[in-house]
Design a protein around this ligand. Structure first.
Ligand SMILES: [Zn+2]
Length: 559
């Protein structure tokens, strides 16, 4: 008896990401698997009376995108916040905030995201006094695109108990003004959290990133709000062609919410999450918590199977760690969040437990510390296929470039982040790192040429989540000066960084990240032919269908 497919996609330009058969015209799906890939003539006989036929109209069909570094809860909350993306100057800021405040009279805290470090001035830091002139009668705060700095008005600082300053963890700071009161600038999660606590979600979206803590004494209503927010965020991912997310928040609360969504309506994207190891946590947590979380969440749709850490902060906040001094601030290199020995001990123990590690490292000093720790772990436990990774790698020292390949470390990078790209200002970044470091800043091409495996992501909500925008940015990267190396990647390399390499990082390359018979049916159908489109225009190509685990999770409504 002939078995028919559940879904066939025909009339397509299929890029399989499978080297043995890179191109096709059609594919068939049964259940949650791809059952055939080939010509339209080969696939059409699999159409039965109940088969759904998707005509791709000569658009590109790819494995669903794997967003390798993002924050689902904070991003989903951000969908409801005021976006200050590309907003510049006092008047525009005030108009935006006043409009948002008028439309959201019941919000306990007015929160805006994507506020650039130079939103009000190229030279002066934003203060609470500036924000008081924007709005003073309601608590207001705005967060930088990288989420490492926030600025709050006086009302918000008062309510959060920060106006008179507060001692916060190493690497975090409630910046004080000359008048002896908080200036309004809050650096890093521990300093920002008391303000976020004022919001409708009580700042719970920041726990997995910041304190590494869990919410306490939650009402069922509060939990329902969070679940609803995350469910919306997951649908938003699907609408962008994403079928896998690596949610970098190590937070049991989010795992439980995602598990509930999975058990009720089913997750529309696969989710991988880490255990977040902070510098005050005992190493025994790796065995008692991280490994236990892994045992509990270990399916192809929801898993918690690695460890996330931060070794430094961000360059603009002067909390990134460099090998030499910041160019604008002699004597300051940044302070790491862990000592080298402490980092080595944690990474070695995680490695012994066979838990891969992903460490946020921005400056070249931070990157070197993490590579040293991975090397120490492999010396202690023996070399294995660990698939450890480093997040961001904004600046690297040339001696460390070959070590990615030697140690098998994956470079997790964000094409949307370089200053000058995607509307981001060049300053203060370029003068902070200094001219000598420019050639090896955001050096994807240099790392790829040295044999490093690269995954791309947006770090949403740090930058917009759209993979097509990110692919565009990776391929159109502009140089800061003519004598700098060209860091653009090719289309094939960029697509691999968003599909097949992401699956490899997750140890799922045997079933995901390629369009191949037997593989999980994670597919995106795009509106155009990516190979025939100039790189500058790639972000105009949009997802029209997203299929995850054999289920249509997004379908563009034709108007
Ligand atoms: Zn992140």
């Amino acid at each position: 008896m002939q078995t028919f497919a559940d879904i066939i996609i025909v009339n397509a330009r299929v890029l399989t990401m499978d080297d043995t058969a890179p191109k096709a015209e059609a594919l068939a799906i049964s259940g949650n698997r791809i059952v055939a890939v080939g010509s339209t003539a080969e696939i059409e006989p699999l159409k039965g009376p109940a088969t759904r036929v998707i005509d791709a109209a000569q658009g590109t069909v790819l494995p669903g995108f794997n967003e390798a570094h993002m924050h689902i809860f904070m991003g989903s909350v951000g969908l409801r916040q005021l976006s200050l993306y590309k907003v510049k100057g006092f008047d525009e800021l005030k108009a935006k905030v006043e409009d948002y405040a008028a439309r959201n009279l019941d919000l306990k805290l007015l929160l805006a995201r994507s506020a650039d470090y130079t939103i009000l001035s190229e030279t002066e830091r934003t203060t609470r006094h500036d924000l008081d002139r924007v709005i003073s009668d309601r608590p207001f705060a705005m967060i930088s695109p990288d989420h490492h700095t926030a600025w709050a008005n006086t009302r918000a600082l008062e309510l959060a108990g920060l106006l008179h300053g507060r001692q916060v963890g190493v690497g975090n700071e409630v910046v004080m003004g000359e008048d002896g009161l908080a200036s309004g600038e809050l650096r890093e999660a521990d300093a920002m959290q008391p303000v976020f606590d004022l919001s409708e979600t009580g700042g719970r979206e920041g726990l997995g990133i910041g304190t590494g803590g869990e919410p306490d004494s939650l009402t069922p209503q509060e939990r329902a709000i969070d679940l609803d927010i995350i469910r919306n965020g997951l649908a938003y991912c699907a609408s962008l062609g994403i079928t896998s997310i690596q949610n970098m928040d190590g937070n049991f609360y989010q795992l439980e919410i995602l598990d509930e969504i999975e058990k009720t309506s089913g997750l529309p994207v696969r989710v991988r999450m880490p255990y977040h190891m902070k510098n005050f946590m005992p190493i025994s947590d790796l065995k008692e918590k991280a490994a236990a979380w892994h045992d509990r969440f270990d399916t192809d749709r929801l898993r918690c199977d690695f460890v996330k850490m931060f070794i430094d902060g961000v360059t603009e906040g002067e909390s990134a760690v460099f090998l030499d001094d910041y160019a604008h601030r002699p004597g300051w290199k940044g302070d790491p969040l862990f000592s080298q020995q402490h980092l080595n001990d944690i990474v070695t123990e995680a490695d012994r437990l066979k838990l891969p590690v992903a460490v946020h490292a921005i400056g070249d000093g931070a990157v070197r510390m993490v590579l040293d720790a991975y090397e120490a772990a492999s010396e202690a436990n023996g070399k294995r296929d660990a698939r450890n990774r480093i997040e961001h790698i904004e600046v690297i020292h040339e001696d460390d470039i070959p070590r990615f390949k030697e140690l098998g470390v994956i470079a997790s990078m964000q094409p949307t982040h370089p200053p000058g790209n995607a509307g981001l200002p060049l300053e203060p970044y370029l003068s902070f790192i200094g001219r000598d470091r420019w050639p090896l800043a955001f050096a994807w091409r240099t790392l790829a040429d040295a044999g490093a495996e690269i995954v791309f992501a947006t770090d949403w909500p740090v930058s917009p989540l759209d993979p097509m925008g990110c692919i565009h940015d990776a391929m159109t990267r502009k140089r800061w000066a003519d004598d700098l190396p060209d860091q653009r990647l090719t289309l094939t390399e960029t697509l691999a960084a968003y599909t097949s390499t992401g699956a490899h990082v997750e140890f799922m390359e045997d079933r995901k990240g390629r369009l191949k018979p037997g593989y999980l049916a994670d597919v995106v159908v795009l509106s155009g032919d990516v190979e025939a489109t100039a790189a500058e225009d790639l972000d105009a190509i949009r997802p029209v269908f997203t299929i995850c685990d054999g289920r249509v999770t997004y379908e563009k409504v034709l108007t």
